[in-house]
Design a protein around this ligand. Sequence first.
Ligand code: IMP
Ligand code: MG
Length: 177
Amino acid sequence: MKTLEKNEIKVLIDNNQIEQKIKDIADILNNKFKDEEVYVICVLKGAVMFAAELIKNLKMPLKLEFIRLSSYGSGTVSSGKVNAVDISLPDLNNKNVIIVEDIIDTGHTAKFLYDFIHMNFKVKSYNFVSLLDKKIRREVNINPDLFCFQIEDKFVVGYGLDIDGYYRNLDYIGYIE
Ligand code: IMP
Ligand code: MG
C-alpha cells in the first residue's frame, strides 16, 4: 500500500485535549488505588505513547510491563483474529492489573486479553483502560473500564496508532479521509 502524504491527515483530537484527558483518567486511577501497588500492562505497539503519558501522571507504586499483540492485517482492515506476538508476563496473582490499550474497535483484542489474564491468574483487580473507543464497530460485547475519547467509525492514526506502521509519532490523533 502506498504511504499516505501527511496533508491527507486531518486533526481529530489535538495534543492538549489528549493530555488533559489522560490527566483526568490518571486522577481517577490515583483515587481508586491510592497507595496500592499496580501492574500497568502496555499493549504494544499502539499504546506506547498513551502508556508513557499515563504513567507520568500516576502516583501509586507501579510496575510497567509490555505485551505485544497484533490484530490488524494490513491497512485499515481488521482481521478479527488476535495474534499474541509476545505475551510473557510476571506472576499477576493477587495483583491490581491495569491494561493500557490504544483503541478498542471490534473488541476481539480486549476479549482475548480479559480471557488470557483471567485464565492464567487470579488477579486482585482488573481494569482495561483505552485511549480511544470506537464503540460503533463492536463485534464482541466488551467495554473499557475507562477511556479518554469515544470516536466515530473513522480510521485514526497518531499518538501511537498507525497505518501500516506509519504515523505513530504524531502528537495528535488524526484521521484519513
Ligand atoms: P480490536 O481487536 O478490533 O478491538 O482492535 C484493536 C486493535 O486494532 C487496536 O489495538 C489497534 O491496534 C487496531 N486498530 C483498530 N482501529 C484502529 C484505527 O482506527 N487506527 C489504528 N489502529 C486501529
Ligand atoms: Mg493495538
